[in-house]
Design a protein around this ligand. Structure first.
Ligand SMILES: Cc1cc2nc3c(=O)[nH]c(=O)nc-3n(C[C@H](O)[C@H](O)[C@H](O)COP(=O)(O)OP(=O)(O)OC[C@H]3O[C@@H](n4cnc5c(N)ncnc54)[C@H](O)[C@@H]3O)c2cc1C
Length: 495
């Protein structure tokens, strides 16, 4: 790369992903290295990676850390924590509504379960206008969606598209950064989040925050009340590690593939795939293993359940991830051993992040309930119409390793804005699977088409309240509605 292009790229990247303060200096330093004749532009940069050692006392099995000063590295209107389907939508809409917006994400890509989790399948998207429809349209134009009318997408194309979308509207992103702390002011309003990353410990101030961490990490750190798991037993739905497969011929494996097989139900292909796995010597921990066709010879596989694992326990999640990865390799090796249509099947990748169906359900001003599903609830401040039904993956493998019986018949229902407003802390909105709802309702609204819609509403609300100097609790939805509606009819990025 020439010196000119390298600088131009550095400036473009710093502007596009909004790297603050030091980034242009870092690029200047890189230039200087590339050309020995150039003077060193920033001789006072601290040695890369240098850190102030921690001070503390070890007492009775605990480390008591001494107080330390953490730099406030940025002040914004809106900070969105977590960049899954809900987080990207919240950040994009907040920025489009005119708010200076920062998006913090622990992984090295946008999309959450869509990408780091290699999910590949978008449910409940068809009645969602706005960003959800725009994402699908862009994927179709890039030939990154498998079938017309359904949304099985190419994970790498999704990563790239989401980065282009957030850059197009000026969202500032920082990857590899985990939110680990939250500070409130004396009026119980969230005002600063603290992160840990390779840059050390950093503090970020904003007028309004949106928790899109899936597990409700930010809200819990800020002291919000929450519920977890089923009312009987307290266990959450099982996790699943996704895998991408190649070496298959779509025509040959049609009978085993969701959407390719006969119309009128998914049970057939799932049951046939399970029978093949068992013929190969392994019974999958998920009794309804599913194969999705993504493009040409690229497929996705969901065949694993990790029961009784808490997303709030890193040790449990590590063990579950290792068990799941080993199981997927056993299952695919077993299929390959059968020969025939499976003779060349290979794993391209497993999810970098095991798929977490359920974490904390943060208490909001309204709790979406099972009864809402039963009656098909309607609300004046509705921000999302859910059409996906109840879908509880078994919490108890001794009863079933598939899907639990539905306690009620559900009808399409609304999620009101109030379910996105944290009850116990001001200045905080929720979007995605951590919004306020009960165990059964969560199993229905958690899918990604709804997460995007909820993120869009939270992003618009966050921007409106931040720019007006109020809190989401004080902001009546009728004040937010014009911004939210306008964004649903505009494009974030030209095709
Ligand atoms: C195995 C599996 C299969 C599923 N099948 C489908 C399906 O077929 N179709 C469908 O539409 N939906 C499906 N779902 C549901 C769906 O994936 C999730 O409910 C949805 O992703 C929720 O979106 P979200 O943005 O709330 O959370 P997530 O996608 O979980 O995103 C949360 C983001 O926050 C980040 N994060 C978490 N904690 C922190 C922190 N402390 N600091 C910074 N960043 C943080 C994470 O890295 C992640 O990027 C499935 C889920 C699973 C697990």
């Amino acid at each position: 790369m020439s010196r000119y292009t390298r600088r131009a790229f550095g400036q473009a990247a710093a502007g596009a992903i909004g790297a603050f303060g030091a980034a242009p200096q870092l690029f200047a330093a890189a230039d200087a290295k590339a050309s020995p004749a150039a003077p060193l532009a920033v001789p006072d940069l601290p040695a890369l990676g240098s850190r102030t050692p921690l001070v503390g006392n070890l007492a009775a099995g605990v480390l008591e850390e001494a107080a330390r000063a953490t730099p406030i590295v940025e002040e914004c209107d809106v900070i969105v924590c977590g960049a899954g389907p809900a987080g990207i939508a919240a950040a994009i809409n907040a920025a489009r509504a005119g708010a200076k917006t920062r998006l913090l994400e622990v992984h090295g890509c946008l999309g959450g379960v869509w990408t780091a989790g290699a999910l590949t399948w978008i449910l409940d998207y068809a009645n969602k206008p706005g960003l959800m429809a725009e994402i699908v349209r862009h994927l179709q134009q890039r030939h990154a969606v498998a079938h017309k009318g359904s949304v099985a997408y190419d994970v790498e194309q999704m990563k790239l598209l989401l980065e282009e979308l957030v850059s197009a509207v000026g969202v500032c992103v920082q990857y590899h950064t985990r939110v680990v702390g939250a500070i409130k002011d004396d009026k119980n309003r969230l005002s600063v989040v603290v992160t840990e990353s390779k840059s050390g410990r950093q503090a970020w101030r904003a007028k309004t925050f949106v928790d899109c961490t899936g597990d409700g990490d930010l809200a819990a750190l800020a002291g919000c009340g929450f519920d977890y798991g089923s009312p009987d037993g307290g266990l959450a739905q099982p996790m699943s590690l996704m895998a991408l497969l190649t070496g298959l011929n779509a025509d040959e494996v049609t009978p085993f593939t969701r959407e390719l097989a006969e119309s009128g139900g998914w049970a057939g292909p799932k049951d046939r795939l399970k029978a093949e796995m068992e013929k190969g010597g392994n019974s999958p921990s998920y009794a309804k293993p599913t194969m999705f066709h993504l493009r040409e010879d690229l497929f996705a596989l969901m065949a694993n359940h990790e029961y009784g694992v808490s997303s709030m326990d890193a040790g449990q999640m590590t063990a579950a991830t290792m068990r799941a990865r080993a199981e997927i390799h056993r299952l695919v090796n077993g299929l390959r051993g059968l020969g025939g249509v499976w003779s060349k099947v290979k794993i391209v990748a497993t999810g970098e992040q095991i798929g977490v169906r359920e974490g904390r359900r943060i208490r909001g001003l309204y709790e979406v309930s099972t009864n809402d599903l039963a009656i098909g609830a309607r609300h004046k401040d509705a921000v999302c119409r859910v059409t996906f039904g109840i879908d509880v993956h078994s919490t108890d493998p001794t009863k079933t390793k598939g899907i639990e019986a539905k306690p009620v018949k559900s009808r399409p229902y609304d999620i009101p804005y109030r379910a996105l407003v944290a009850k116990d802390v001001d200045g905080l909105l929720l979007a995605g699977r951590c919004i306020s709802g009960d165990f059964i309702a969560h199993s229905s609204y958690r899918v990604t088409g709804n997460s995007v819609a909820l993120g869009e509403a939270a992003g618009a609300a966050a921007a409106v309240s931040a720019l007006a100097g109020t809190t989401p609790r004080e902001t009546d939805f009728e004040t937010i509605r014009p911004t939210w509606t306008k964004l649903q009819f505009a494009q974030a990025m030209k095709a």
